[in-house]
Ligand binder design. Structure first.
Ligand code: DTR
Ligand code: ZN
Ligand code: ZN
Ligand code: CA
Length: 434
């Protein structure tokens, strides 16, 4: 039941959520130049995703393989969570081995579109089992990190994009298809791709891909910080979706806890466990939720978040010239548009191609809203158009190419609520010029 929430309660709700570390509406920021620390990724949340993926396999013939109903159900499951968290999602279809395959791409609004940091995992299993370690573990860790980005209202310098790949088990087919269909100009914008395939093995090792040195060091530093020794991943070249990105020159990295290879006695000394296979259920029907080492899954999930926060430039960019209006402006429910205005002065020439637009709207149903930036000459730049469903609030940073607009003048944030029930107000509108 949708309901309208009086401003005071809405404010209280947002404050309460902030206190609980819950909903969006809390925008993470740090002193200029300071790095933002990644949040702890709750192991319970990651395990719940694995339980849900196990249930999907159980309800679909025991697997989540390409071309089977369990795979599409897995895609729908992950997509629904990301849509509710405010991501812009795209399902990319392809055909292989006579069946339709699906990739899921999720973009976190904001950040520099010319610097894209990607992270991904293949979501398909083999046909013999549920594929909980291979690769529910990677898929769930990436999903929970994406949800943590949303909860934090992270506004990184780079644009964040997450991918869940189909048909990896048939030869990296989904990720190859994604890269092959990414225009060269778009590939050039991807500053790095982080891959997570089998990161919860029951007899785990802690392996770091040795491809891009910066990414490798980011992971190594994390594990060193928690006192866990790592080794370079030696069997990985070409063995998972990072190869699709590496093959077109995109810097890659990732984590791995081992498959059918046997842990050596030296590795047992280093990591504990037994001198047996890292994952004795690799590609087998016993790759279920019982086939997970919680400590490995927890450590690697936190390492995923650490890498995303660190490599996305979680530091605040050096402040430029800021023009802000923090006056609250009530948004009439399903009614006329309202505006918040900033008067820009002292900026010579035109606005930049990367004009930073910070929007802070308190509302109980962001899918009701159409939000436009209106330049002094009346040009309209739509930044939000009814996406996000019933999620609360719209707290985001947009990068607008306003290079054809004269900078000085009255810039307006125009907001219209276009659906009955649920109301809110503009809490803040900020423009940052370099
Ligand atoms: N090919 C992956 C499992 C795998 C085997 N070796 C590595 C090394 C690095 C990442 C993944 C793997 C699969 O079966 O999905
Ligand atoms: Zn596999
Ligand atoms: Zn795998
Ligand atoms: Ca409404």
């Amino acid at each position: 039941m949708k309901f309208s929430v009086p401003r005071r309660t809405a404010t209280l709700a947002v404050v309460a959520a902030m206190a609980l570390g819950g909903l969006a509406g809390t925008t993470a920021s740090a002193a200029p130049g300071a790095a933002l620390a990644a949040p702890d990724i709750p192991l319970a949340n990651v395990k719940q995703h694995l339980t849900d993926l196990q249930s999907i396999a159980n309800a679909n013939g025991g697997n989540r393989a390409h071309g089977r109903t369990g795979y599409k159900a897995s895609i729908d499951f992950v997509k629904a969570k990301l849509d509710a968290a405010g991501y812009t999602t795209t399902v990319q279809q392809f055909t292989t081995s006579g069946a339709t395959g699906y990739n899921l791409i999720a973009d976190w609004p904001g950040g520099d579109p010319n610097q894209v940091l990607m992270a991904g995992a293949h979501l398909d299993s083999v046909s013999s089992g549920a594929g909980i370690n291979d690769n529910g573990s990677g898929s769930a860790a990436v999903l929970e990190t994406a949800l943590a980005v949303s909860r934090a209202g992270l506004q990184p310098t780079k644009h964040l994009r997450f991918g869940w790949w189909g048909a990896e088990e048939l030869g990296l087919v989904g990720s190859k298809y994604y890269v092959a269909n990414l225009p060269t100009t778009e590939r050039a914008k991807v500053s790095g791709y982080l891959n997570f395939d089998m990161i919860g093995s029951p007899n785990p090792g802690y392996f770091v891909y040795d491809d891009d040195p910066t990414i490798e060091q980011t992971f190594k530093s994390y594990f060193a910080g928690i006192g866990v020794p790592t080794e370079i991943e030696t069997e990985g070249d070409g063995r998972s979706d990072h190869a699709s990105f590496k093959n077109v020159g995109i810097p890659v990295g990732g984590l791995f806890t081992g498959a059918s290879r046997v842990k050596t006695s030296a590795q047992v000394q280093k990591w504990g466990g037994t001198a047996t296979a890292f994952d004795r259920c690799y590609h087998s029907s016993c790759d279920t939720t019982a086939n997970i080492n919680d400590t490995a899954l927890d450590r690697n999930s936190d390492a995923v978040a650490h890498a995303i926060w660190t490599l996305s430039g979680g530091t605040t960019t050096p402040p430029g010239k800021v023009f802000e209006n923090t006056a609250d402006v009530a948004i009439p429910d399903n009614g006329a548009a309202v505006t918040s205005t900033v008067d820009v002065t002292g900026i010579a020439g035109n606005a930049p191609a990367t004009l930073k637009v910070d929007v802070n709207i308190v509302h109980t149903y962001r899918g009701d809203l159409v939000v436009d930036l209106v330049a002094p000459d009346g040009s309209v730049y739509n930044v939000h158009n009814r996406s996000g469903g019933s999620a609360d609030n719209l707290v985001a940073t947009y990068t607008v190419n306003a290079s054809t607009e004269v900078a000085n003048g009255a810039w307006k944030l125009r907001v219209q609520d276009k659906a009955a029930q649920d109301t809110g107000y503009i809490s803040g509108f900020k423009l940052t010029f370099p």
